[in-house]
Design a protein around this ligand. Structure first.
Ligand SMILES: Nc1ncnc2c1ncn2[C@@H]1O[C@H](COP(=O)(O)OP(=O)(O)OP(=O)(O)O)[C@@H](O)[C@H]1O
Length: 308
């Protein structure tokens, strides 16, 4: 099957800053991919290259086998920028209609308003909308051409909790029809809840790429907590399956790649260990571990499939 889009060896430099440093990602039709990373990781620059707004110094972008510019030209890509300006004096319906007139095969305005969930303020002027409402209008504009690929840079940045919930409900309807979505976000919960796959960037590179659960699992597996009298951190970190140990006042917290081996080793070496508790690492912890500026962020890179 042809990729919905592919990025191959993308590099982009701004003066001294290597904003994107060899990004390669292939996405199949129907995938919903979250692009995660701390500020300055290179997410927006990558998205701009995918949309043909920025030209890569090296590397190639293909969208359904076409160049980014061709795909945009044919209305195959819907984009939602974080801060695109809306015409303040136009109503929402007028603005959608205006965008439709620029497309070869637009959806009917009424349908766009419905899909984006903005029908209720169709007759309000854009300048009178809240930040979150304006963001949903930008989403409507991205849907006008009924695109196969939607590219969203922090779509819910200005939305409150209810706005976000409604936005994602509209998105779900859209993705259920097999469309491909790439969205950048700082909200890890959004990646966990709505993406099939996460691509995690740091310093312009992809540091992890895979299903949400696998990325989470690859980082540290599980955390084991216990009260361990007479232990030392060195003694704990030497246990099988343990990658990191923190000990405070007899309370140990062990990051485990293999929690089964860790618990057996713990009880063997420290038979007085008590109150043992094992929890799965959340995506948030995985994110922090992978994007931290410490060697820890890279230490499992060779051993795990989703990490790079
Ligand atoms: N036009 C530009 N001129 C100079 N430097 C730029 C330009 N655009 C981006 N950069 C730099 O490139 C790096 C990557 O920026 P980018 O905006 O792609 O990151 P990001 O992951 O989207 O960050 P954020 O989460 O803060 O939006 C940053 O160091 C940024 O300062």
């Amino acid at each position: 099957m042809e990729d919905a889009f592919s990025l191959e060896g993308l590099e982009k430099r701004f003066g001294d800053v290597l904003a994107v440093d060899g990004v390669s990602v292939r996405v199949a039709p129907g995938e919903v991919v979250a692009l995660l990373g701390p500020n300055g990781a290179g997410k927006s620059t990558t998205i701009d290259m995918l949309l043909g707004l920025t030209r890569p110094d090296t590397g190639q972008v293909r969208v359904a086998g076409l160049s980014a510019a061709e795909a945009m030209d044919r209305g195959m890509v819907g984009a939602m920028a974080q801060n695109g300006t809306l015409l303040r004096d136009a109503t929402v319906a007028e603005l959608v209609g205006l965008f439709a007139s620029l497309h070869r095969n637009p959806l009917p305005t009424r349908e766009v308003l419905k899909r984006a969930g903005v029908t209720e303020y169709a007759n309000r002027r854009c300048g009178k909308l809240s930040g979150g409402e304006q963001q949903r209008v930008r989403f409507a504009l991205a849907l006008v051409g009924d695109p196969d690929l939607l590219v969203l840079d922090e779509p819910t940045a200005a939305m409150d909790v209810e706005g976000r919930r409604r936005f994602w409900a509209s998105m779900r309807e859209y993705t259920e029809t097999g469309r491909t979505v790439l969205f950048a976000t700082h909200y890890l919960a959004e990646a966990e809840d709505y993406a099939d796959r996460v691509v995690l960037m740091r310093h312009g590179r992809v540091v992890a790429d895979g299903p949400v659960g696998e990325v989470r699992a690859a980082v540290a597996g599980r955390v084991l907590r216990a009260v361990v009298p007479e232990a030392t951190e060195a003694g704990l970190v030497a246990l099988p399956g343990v990658s990191r140990a923190v000990l405070r006042a007899g309370h140990a917290e062990l990051s485990c790649a293999d929690s089964d081996a860790a618990i057996r080793g713990l009880l063997r070496e420290f038979p007085l260990a008590a109150n043992i508790e094992i929890t799965a690492v959340g995506l948030e912890e995985a994110f922090i571990a992978l994007t931290a500026d410490t060697p820890e962020g890279q230490n499992t890179a060779e051993t795990e499939g989703v990490l790079r």
